[in-house]
Design a protein around this ligand. Structure first.
Ligand code: UDX
Length: 439
């Protein structure tokens, strides 16, 4: 099939490449001409495992191209995906849909023939009818344009896997057995054939799928982190507790790693977006738990700052603190709402010199946090440090020999904010170890 993808960020670039991988002819469209040039050269403008190889393969084969022209996109196909960003509003009270409606308007103006517009961007429930009305009003093809809702659940660093072999496929339509449904079923035929559970539903359910999935994941993480708070005053071990709970198949161990909590471009934003929308709809009481989920998440950051102060005799001013990790999670260079950087920033505000290292995210961190100091690797960052903080659990950090580090620090003290360092080995190497939720 021929299809386009409007908006080539994490979601769009990955989806476009994966659709080419499935055999479709794909045109990616983004109004950022620099991004288009990078993508056409077979590279991603951000790091995502396996994506450069896939982009190179399909831009070379001719099955995948990128453009900055809406007119070209509209003429290319009659199936268009939209995956533009829906960031948080400046007032923090819900989503900013400016990019979405702008993309819809500009694409609509060029749609002369019947087409299916499939939105993948994360939105507040109730957006689909507004998109339909706008399309019908502006598109020359008018009411021959159909709208489908196809929420996206991909995790950064597993984006290709999650796109080609998703846990489920959710397709929302205005009416049963529509033309849009037939078109999307053809598009995703290989994914469905591979056994992906497919749920066909109405628009509102499809819109709510993403909001409620992310709200649940965030709740699960905050639940185990709330238990960690109890562990901290009882001497219990939240890691062991998570294992014990996880063996119960009804609970499951996934998304229950205790530690510094969640960040990134999705969970925090979607949580607040969901609460804001529920408020508008008069059902805020139904999601009041999500406010507590966010509060627990913020308390984990404060807890690390507090522990750091205590380790440094109540005053971090003038102290040198080394930080392992800047990315919001391992295997990405994404620093959006990074818990690690939030802690680093707070300690700097309190007067510490904070030196951060990260295998992939340093370039991005330097741009947004020029006031922090940076070191290229996890060994030199420890040089003359009064305290080491382990805040993003890159696997390589767990393999560093603590003995070789101890002599570099002013004092061998570490706070493990992610619980993945071998506390026994570190203590044996002479380090004082504190870990969230662990004895
Ligand atoms: C998330 C959802 O997983 C995905 O389905 C949705 O489409 C977008 O948001 P992503 O932001 O890539 O994906 O990251 P994820 O792996 O879910 O982690 C989110 C944050 O939670 C990270 O900061 C991570 O460190 C933290 N986390 C995750 C935990 O603290 N504990 C866990 O058990 C899991």
């Amino acid at each position: 099939m021929k299809l386009t993808f409007v908006g080539c960020g994490y979601l769009g670039a990955t989806h476009a490449a994966c659709m080419a991988e499935l055999g479709h002819e794909v045109l990616g469209m983004d109004s950022d001409t620099d991004k288009v040039a990078i993508l056409n050269s077979g590279k991603a403008p951000f790091r995502e495992r396996g994506l450069d190889e896939m982009l190179t393969r399909h831009t070379s084969s001719g099955r995948l191209k990128f453009t900055a022209s809406y007119a070209e996109a509209a003429a290319f196909a009659d199936l268009h995906f939209i995956g533009v960003g829906t960031p948080e509003r400046a007032d923090g009270d819900g989503y900013d849909l400016t990019h979405l409606f702008s993309a819809v308007r500009r694409l609509a103006a060029c749609l002369k023939n019947p087409a299916v517009i499939t939105v993948k961007s994360t939105v507040p429930v109730g957006t689909a009818p507004r998109v339909r009305d706008l399309l019908h009003q502006i598109a020359p093809a008018g009411r021959a344009i159909e709208v489908a809702w196809n929420p996206e659940f991909l995790r950064e660093s597993f984006a290709i896997e999650d796109t080609l072999r998703p846990d489920r496929l959710v397709l929302g339509f205005e009416a049963e057995h529509s033309w849009a449904e037939a078109v999307l079923r053809r598009c995703y035929e290989a994914v469905v054939r591979a056994g992906t559970p497919t749920v066909v539903t109405d628009w509102a359910t499809a819109e709510l799928a993403k909001a409620s999935a992310n709200a649940f994941l965030a709740t699960k993480i905050s639940f185990i982190n709330a238990i960690a708070e109890v562990c901290e005053v009882t001497g219990a071990d939240v890691g062991k507790l998570a294992d014990i709970l996880g063996h119960d198949a009804r609970i499951g161990r996934r998304s229950m790693r205790p530690g510094l909590g969640f960040g990134g471009g999705c969970l925090p934003k979607d949580l607040r977006g969901f609460v804001a929308r529920a408020g508008e709809l008069g059902v805020e009481q139904a999601v009041v738990i999500l406010r507590e989920v966010e509060a627990i998440n913020n308390r984990r950051r404060e807890r690390v700052v507090d522990l750091a102060c205590r380790e440094l005799d109540g005053n971090v001013a003038g102290k040198r603190i080394a930080v392992w990790g800047a990315a919001f999670k391992p295997e990405t260079d994404d620093i959006r709402d990074s818990p690690a950087l939030a802690v680093a920033e707070r300690l700097r505000e309190l007067g510490a010199t904070v030196v951060v290292t990260d295998p992939q995210a340093l370039d991005n961190a330097r741009k947004t946090h020029p006031e922090l100091d940076y070191a290229d690797d996890p060994v030199t960052v420890v040089e003359d440090a009064d305290l080491l903080l382990h805040l993003t659990e890159w696997p390589q950090y767990s393999h560093i020999d603590p003995r070789s580090l101890a002599a570099r620090a002013v004092a061998p003290r570490v706070i493990d904010g992610r619980g993945t360092l071998d506390a026994g080995a570190w203590r044996q190497a002479g380090w004082t170890v504190r870990a969230l939720g662990r004895p």
